[in-house]
Design a protein around this ligand. Structure first.
Ligand SMILES: C[S@@+](CC[C@H](N)C(=O)[O-])C[C@H]1O[C@@H](n2cnc3c(N)ncnc32)[C@H](O)[C@@H]1O
Length: 238
């Protein structure tokens, strides 16, 4: 991470910590389609990972959606990584419903993945890889490839540009969500908009797929497009 990236990351993380309550409100009102996304992840795991599996939740946040999704699955070990101590405190309570050991690590996911050694079968990144620039994203996906079991699954849910769209155009589409996000106050929405403008760097579907292939994954596919077309879920096969 460069010094500029680290400074932007510190500021965006400080902003995210201040906005944790707003993010939980967004999830509660399903404004980002957590129900559909985590329902899809559950379907993929039931179909492709019937055996007991070790699950790594990169940037788990409060782990509420992951824990609910994993509650009835044969998860053998849960790992959650996040920079936010406040989120991890909530994650500690949320993961208590799991019938397996849950380990939460308070650290930067780029640092954690560069030196990751615990065997894992499923790696999931929900709405966080986009804080890195393109080279940081590519490096992280290479580390994910190295960390994952040979028969493992890797899935991401990340902000995604329309074909030919610029970041500025994507940001303007986010701002235009104001009326659909009526559950937020003007102040909450303005704070989210500022966070997104500072910290969100979406990629095109082709670039998300290419980064996986360049990391060594043999195949990558877009599984789902959010109904508001702001982001998508991608699966990568080793
Ligand atoms: C938008 S939330 C996503 C939470 C959850 N994965 C979900 O699906 O709702 C982004 C999370 O990424 C974490 N985060 C951002 N950058 C990080 C980094 N470099 N290392 C670890 N966690 C990070 C934030 O603290 C926050 O909890």
């Amino acid at each position: 991470m460069t010094i500029d990236e680290a400074a932007a990351s510190d500021e965006s993380q400080a902003m995210f910590n201040r906005q944790l309550a707003t993010y939980r409100k967004i999830v509660g009102a399903n404004l980002m389609f957590h129900r559909e996304i985590y329902g899809l992840l559950n379907d993929v795991l039931s179909r492709d990972m019937a055996r007991p599996f070790r699950f790594l939740d990169i940037a788990c946040g409060d782990a509420s959606a992951s824990s609910r999704m994993l509650q009835e699955s044969p998860v053998a070990h849960y790992y959650g990584i996040d920079l936010s101590p406040d989120s991890l405190q909530l994650a500690s309570a949320a993961t208590a419903i799991l019938k397996c050991p849950a380990e939460l690590r308070c650290c930067d996911f780029a640092d954690a993945m560069a030196t990751w050694t615990d065997p894992v079968d499923v790696i999931w990144i929900g709405m966080s890889l986009h804080h890195l620039q393109a080279d940081g994203k590519a490096r992280l996906i290479r580390h994910v490839y190295d960390a994952l079991d040979r028969r493992g699954l890797f899935l991401i849910w990340e902000p995604t540009l329309r074909d030919g769209e610029s970041r500025d155009e994507w940001l303007d589409r986010f701002t235009a969500l104001r009326s659909a996000w009526a559950a937020l106050t003007d102040e909450e929405f303005a704070a989210m908009d500022a966070h997104v403008r500072l910290a969100d760097f979406p990629e095109s579907p082709g670039d998300w797929i290419a980064m996986g292939e360049q990391a060594g994954f043999t195949r990558a596919e877009q599984l789902f497009l959010m109904p508001n077309r702001m982001g998508a879920v991608f699966q990568y096969w080793r």
